[in-house]
Design a protein. Sequence first.
Length: 140
Amino acid sequence: MRISSKGLYALEAMIRLARNYPERPTKIHEIATHEEIPEKFLELILLNLKAARLVESLRGANGGYRLRRPPNKIFLGEIIRIVDGPLAPLGDVESLKRLVKMDRKHSALYQVFLDVRNAAAGILDHTSLADLCRTPPRGE
């Protein structure tokens, strides 16, 4: 599994939105400043998360972005899959299962990759934004 800069920025932005949930929407500039994310890049990431229905945007002076669901209902695995694709190093879980069955020569190796993917997914799919917000951010 590899998390891109885009994926890491998406996670950081979502944690920032979770910290402000439900009190107020958060402006792109505020997220970009606090998380040290290039603002234009963050705009694209938030549009992607909006299309996936994880966030919504509100217009106006008091507008910005906010989570569409409570932070305890949004899990890291979901965010990573939206931004970076499958958690497995060689495609999705079904592709890995096929490789385990069909490529006898490398079956054991693919099984290890599948086990690693399953372990990572188990953690990421059970760690919510709320879990991360319980730990105070450093430097604030």
